[in-house]
Design a protein around this ligand. Structure first.
Ligand code: NAD
Ligand code: MG
Length: 390
């Protein structure tokens, strides 16, 4: 579809992925047009984005922000909505070809599902959607025959490393993980980790929630679940390697011993651009990968004892049903509590583990059920934290 204008809705346009997506759109105005944007509470940035990209509809979380936006946008022709209904309206605008799902957390599930049901292609950054209801999302994507292209760098790498190969020849998927800021820490050093320590990711510049998830390695756990649903391989075929340089973005090993990987500088613009332009590639003004300058690449096994969240995610996937939704919800609440100094770093995994152990698992058949499990996980995590986690 070279040369054709693709019309986009960006859910979460004021976040780290949203902003990078809009930078790409700005670089290729002949290829992409913004039709809809949604944001949380960063109204100032949303106003700038509306002025630059002239979407025909936008949405924010709260009604109060709708008034604020209106007063700042006098004379600008844009429909302003709010809440979940507003996000759904943006995700299903008839002329939109592709929805960039870049909201953080399970809040992305409902609008992403609505976009799929409306037949939109999806560039998926929002991994929590697949963790919460992966079976339902993938089934609907198949039913609607839409393209669901991963944005997450590891999954983009696997997507590219699987291209042109037969799936029956795959032996395993290997997700790489930087290991986060605490990969060299000894056990005793985990006691006094502050939000500022945990937000200082060595390789990637990301939103707060995913930065904390990277520090606990829950991010890699969520990504194992994401890979399971995206590529339909059993958990036993999905491994994780620590690779601190974040240059090899992930790998696929085949039956004959061949391993195909995708490499690049750690910058989300490359996987975002690939999701937007697939199966073509855009000539991005990216810094080239200088392997000789880097010199060496290292790999090692993850330490699941020091980073228990990784194992919890494997357990959640093995449990199936509503367990991953509950795990994700508890993690979202625990991470928020950690960021606001109400929970220690070590207690993030304790809260998640405890909530998972209290959950009565059910088969997952509807989105409503996934949302109920999500809500249950949130309440249970809150309850445990207010009572003091054991
Ligand atoms: P972020 O926090 O920077 O941005 C999140 C966006 O979602 C913002 O626009 C925010 O306003 C909006 N938002 C937050 N909560 C919302 C809610 N309840 N309702 C509606 N909108 C809401 O996050 P990010 O780092 O851009 O990550 C977005 C998603 O992409 C996450 O699922 C993350 O795991 C995934 N991802 C991010 C990166 C990265 O480099 N940042 C890499 C891979 C995957
Ligand atoms: Mg990733």
């Amino acid at each position: 579809m070279s040369g054709q204008l693709k019309k986009l809705a960006v859910l979460g346009s004021t976040g780290s992925i949203g902003v990078s997506t809009l930078e790409i759109v700005r670089e290729f105005p002949e290829r992409y047009q913004i039709v809809a944007l949604t944001a949380g509470s960063n109204i100032e940035l949303l106003v700038q984005q509306i002025r630059l990209f002239s979407p025909r509809i936008v949405s924010v979380i709260s009604d109060l922000d709708v008034q604020k936006l209106r007063s700042q946008l006098e004379g600008v022709d844009v429909e302003i909505c709010s809440g979940v209904a507003g996000m759904i309206a943006c995700a299903t605008v008839p002329e939109v070809d592709m929805v960039v799902a870049a909201v953080v957390g399970a809040a992305g599930l409902v609008p992403t599902m609505a976009a799929i049901k409306a037949g939109k292609d999806i560039a998926l950054a929002n991994k929590e959607t697949l963790v919460t209801a992966g079976s339902l999302i993938m089934a609907e994507a198949q039913r609607q025959k839409i393209n669901l292209i991963p944005v997450d760098s590891e999954h983009s790498a696997i997507f590219q490393s699987l291209a042109g190969q037969r799936r029956e020849d795959v032996r395993r998927l290997i997700l790489t993980a930087s290991g986060g800021p605490f990969r060299e820490y000894r056990r005793s050093q985990f006691e006094n980790i502050t939000p500022a320590d945990a937000l200082a990711h060595p390789n990637w510049d990301m939103g707060q929630k995913i930065s904390i998830d990277s520090a606990t390695m829950m991010n890699k756990g969520l990504e194992v679940i994401e890979a399971h649903w995206l590529f339909n391989f059993p958990t036993a075929m999905i491994d994780v390697h620590i690779h601190q340089e974040s240059i090899v973005h992930s790998l696929v090993e085949y039956q004959d011993g061949a391993v195909i990987a995708q490499l690049g500088v750690p910058d989300m613009k490359t996987p975002i651009a690939y999701a937007l332009s697939w199966p073509e590639r855009l000539s991005l003004s990216q810094q080239p990968l200088d392997l000789c300058g880097i010199g060496q690449l290292s790999f090692s096994e993850p330490n699941k004892e020091l980073f228990p969240c990784l194992q919890l995610a494997y357990d959640a996937l093995a449990g199936g049903g509503t367990v991953p939704a509950v795990m994700n919800a508890a993690n979202e609440v625990a991470v928020e509590a950690f960021l606001t100094n109400q929970l220690s770093f070590l207690d993030i995994s304790h809260v998640v583990e405890k909530v998972m152990s209290l959950h009565q698992n059910e088969d997952l058949t509807t989105v409503e059920q996934a949302l109920r499990a999500d809500l249950w996980g949130r309440h249970k995590a809150q309850e445990l934290m207010s009572g003091g986690v054991a």
